[in-house]
Design a protein around this ligand. Structure first.
Ligand code: NOJ
Length: 766
């Protein structure tokens, strides 16, 4: 029996120009007031699949000098064109734990979209499954599903202000997607994600809250159902959570063919249907002429269509696209056609790619100081992932296949590689300097050749990969989501074969999330392991910087790696069924995602969330906790003093965005010292322990900082905490509430599982 139910929320809140949107909404209102009903409707309806130069197109309104809108993928660069950069994945970006790098990457991506004339960049992603790498999320089903880790969600891929600052700084409208609970690829268009109110608020809404705080211009509703109601006509999700509670002022656009109704969707808060037609090239639309008719026959109030078109234009004005914005200069569907002007927008972004690639590489194991390499006499490289792809870097459409080194997932979240530096090429270049003999065997299955190549080499490096992507491409039985967590092409066997003949095996893994390395991780001959993720076009160069110590590893796991697949909070089998026409996916783990599930169930992971080694060592001391605005605040719960319900808010965003809720209220500091011999970066993390009985997981991440330190130098890191950080969602009161009691504050450089973190308290009377 399916008991899931999504409560109604009507009418659709109108944009009021709250916060930073005042001027943009004013301009949009003036613009829209000059349009006919048909012209307004045109702003809400894409021209149809392949009907323009971009993956989504809003037609021009020549009468008023409006050129239309170009909507284009992807979260890691401009899709389906040339002259662009292939950036590291979102997941790699998350693994840096470095807000500055995240911003640099995002800004560079934004600049490329601008240079190509794209109005709306279809990213960043906020969820996962097969697409976890696009999103920098941490997986719900680790194999499969993703969502952002709490502090990381926002902060990671989108540092507290990233979507908007990126969009504003580059002048591009960002799109927070996919809203919401699109946590798996398999059955993504038929399954219902059934989740309780508290879990939605505390886990899944969080990255969207951060996006809205950062003035993200647009939000994309997703394919799935939410508690049995389609995401793109779910009034609770769109009208209620997004536009009322979060006070989102911009437009909601549908994922491609995710609209399932006209009147229903418009009333529920959908503002724009993409790509416009009901199904690709069906020549009809739920909006378009049908929306005009719905207004004329009274099914949809004109005020709703006014609001829809104002919201569409508000984003355009918010980021200043009304003056001096480049015209679209490429052609998604005809790369060799006359409309592709081949504008090159790469600039020096390769440097950022290389830097993020190195900063996101995670050193998991390093016995006998195997790494960094010191002028080895001989290196053997084993496995297809070491070398260039046989078919070239773009040999499979939308990267749906792997036959060489892996540096990007598959699906719409891709770009064309301008080039792809493989580990083999980069290591050979280094070998010229070091006079190293490099040999290789790029077959994954010729164990004899691998063994003879590895025998006698100072270092035998085995390259493994495993890939995932979007549902519309089935790669070897992986329908977007991975079928399992072991290495592709029987890579685990290759490691074992090589470890038989070499006592110095370094494993390098290119992967889109957690992997199962149990077959070889404890093998004494496997001396070092690097998780390199999906690092983009500079892959080999980033890796060489890490291998040879030019860049001291500082990447941290943005997910937990289990010892047993069964230890993950949700399992692939649960969703891997086609028996039910509308599979019900119950999120029974509730708040206990990733490390929280392990901690709550006393499961020891192989490597915990936040873990990652360095070539130096750090020491963390002197934890201090202080309250910031004690005199003005008698109670911790701000709502006791101040009503911030959205109904009273005039020029204010929604209740969940109240300034007082998010202002720093406490601050935690600690000193970190580099006590090893070399320069390096540490990533102290702050975990909160909620008072007993508050129903929260044992520990929750509420802060992280990446600090760069010379040998022996010390720095004080500080973690501001807001009331929101200490709150749970009270389902009765329908507001954020801080539970009674003391909070423990834990700070660690290790991981969520550290048994001896620094600790302090936020007492109940603070
Ligand atoms: C479907 C994907 O889910 C979405 O992320 C993408 O932006 C659109 N297709 C357009 O390609």
């Amino acid at each position: 029996v399916n008991n899931s139910f999504s409560p109604p929320f009507y009418p659709s809140p109108e944009t009021r120009g709250a916060g930073n949107w005042t001027y943009a909404v004013e301009k949009a209102r003036i613009f829209v007031s000059n349009l006919t009903l048909e012209e307004k409707v045109n702003l809400t309806t894409g021209v149809g699949w392949t009907g323009g130069r971009c993956v989504g197109n809003i037609p021009a309104i020549e009468r008023v000098g409006f050129d239309g809108l170009c909507l284009q993928d992807a979260p890691l660069g401009v899709r389906m064109t040339d002259g662009v950069t292939a950036f590291p994945s979102g997941l790699n970006t998350a693994a840096t734990f470095d807000r500055k790098l995240m911003y640099e990457r995002a800004l560079a991506i934004g600049e490329e979209f601008r240079g190509k004339g794209v109005n709306i960049a279809l990213g960043p992603g906020m969820n996962g499954g097969g697409r976890v790498a696009e999103s920098a999320c941490r997986p719900r089903l680790q194999v499969v599903n993703g969502k952002w880790e709490e502090g990381i969600p926002i902060s990671l891929v989108n540092p507290p202000s990233t979507p908007s600052r990126v969009s504003k700084d580059a002048g591009v409208q960002a799109c927070a997607k996919h809203y919401i609970l699109n946590e798996q690829e398999r059955n993504r268009t038929t399954s219902s994600s059934n989740v309780d109110d508290a879990t939605i608020h505390e886990i899944y809404l969080h990255p969207f809250l951060r996006s809205v705080q950062a003035d993200v211009a647009t939000v994309m509703c997703s394919y799935n159902l939410i508690n049995s109601s389609w995401a793109c006509h779910n009034s609770k999700a769109l009208n209620g959570l997004l536009k009322h509670e979060l006070g989102f002022q911009g437009q909601v656009l549908s994922d491609w063919q995710a609209t399932h109704s006209g009147v229903g969707s418009a009333l529920a808060g959908l503002d724009q249907t993409m790509p416009g037609d009901v199904t690709f090239n069906s020549n009809n639309s739920y909006f378009g002429a049908n929306l005009t008719m719905a207004v004329n026959n009274g099914s949809v109030p004109l005020s709703r269509v006014d609001d829809m078109s104002v919201r569409v234009m508000a984003g355009f004005f918010l980021v200043g696209q009304d003056s001096g914005y480049p015209a679209v200069n490429f052609d998604t569907f005809k790369k060799g056609g006359p409309l592709n002007e081949h504008v090159n927008v790469q600039d020096d972004h390769a440097d950022i790619v290389r830097k993020v690639g190195a900063a996101s590489t995670i050193l998991l194991k390093n016995e006998n100081n195997t790494l960094p390499l010191r002028k080895p006499r001989t290196i053997a490289l084993l496995g297809s992932d070491a070398g260039p792809p046989i078919r070239g870097p773009n040999g499979y459409p939308d990267r749906g296949g792997v036959d060489g080194t892996l540096a990007m997932g598959w699906g719409s979240g891709t770009t064309e590689f301008p080039y792809l530096i493989s580990p083999l090429e980069a290591i050979q270049r280094r070998a010229i300097m070091d006079k190293t003999l490099v040999s290789w065997s790029l077959s994954d299955f010729d164990y004899d050749l691998a063994v003879s190549t590895a025998t006698g080499a100072d270092v035998a490096m085995v390259f493994l990969n495993s890939d995932s992507g979007e549902e519309y491409i089935n790669v070897d039985g992986n329908i977007g989501d991975r079928r399992n967590l072991t290495a592709w092409h029987a890579g685990d066997q290759l490691v074992l074969a090589v470890a038989n003949v070499s006592s110095n095996v370094v494993v390098v893994y290119h992967q889109p999330g957690p992997v199962n390395m149990e077959a070889w991780i404890d093998h004494p001959n496997v001396t070092a392991v690097l998780l390199a993720g999906l690092p983009g076009q500079e892959s080999g160069n980033s890796l060489v910087e890490i291998l040879y110590g030019d860049y001291n590893p500082s990447g941290r796991l943005p997910f937990t790696i289990a010892r047993n697949d069964a230890d993950y909070p949700a399992q692939l089998e649960f969703i891997n069924t086609n028996l039910d026409p509308q599979p019900q996916v119950d999120y029974n783990e509730r708040l206990n995602v990733d490390y929280r599930h392990f901690l709550a169930n006393s499961l020891t992971p192989r490597y915990g969330f936040g873990h990652g080694l360095s070539y130096t060592r750090f020491n963390l001391t002197n934890l201090q906790v202080s309250g910031l605005d004690k005199p003005t605040i008698q109670a911790r719960n701000i709502w006791r003093e101040e009503s911030f319900s959205a109904s009273n808010a005039t020029n204010q965003v929604g209740s969940s965005l109240s300034e007082a809720l998010h202002a720093p209220r406490w601050v935690v500091t600690a000193d970190v010292q580099n006590v090893g011999g070399v320069y390096g970066c540490d990533v102290p993390q702050l975990y909160l322990v909620f008072p007993e009985g508050s129903g929260e997981p044992p520990r929750v991440l509420r802060g992280f900082e990446r600090v760069t330190l010379e040998s022996w130098s010390v720095e004080t890191v500080s973690f501001p905490l807001s009331r929101y950080d200490l709150s749970i969602w009270d389902t009765e009161l329908q507001r954020w509430r801080i539970p009674e009691g003391d909070f423990d504050v834990l700070v660690t450089s290790e991981s969520a599982f550290d048994k001896q973190p620094l600790s302090g308290t936020i007492p109940s009377d603070w």
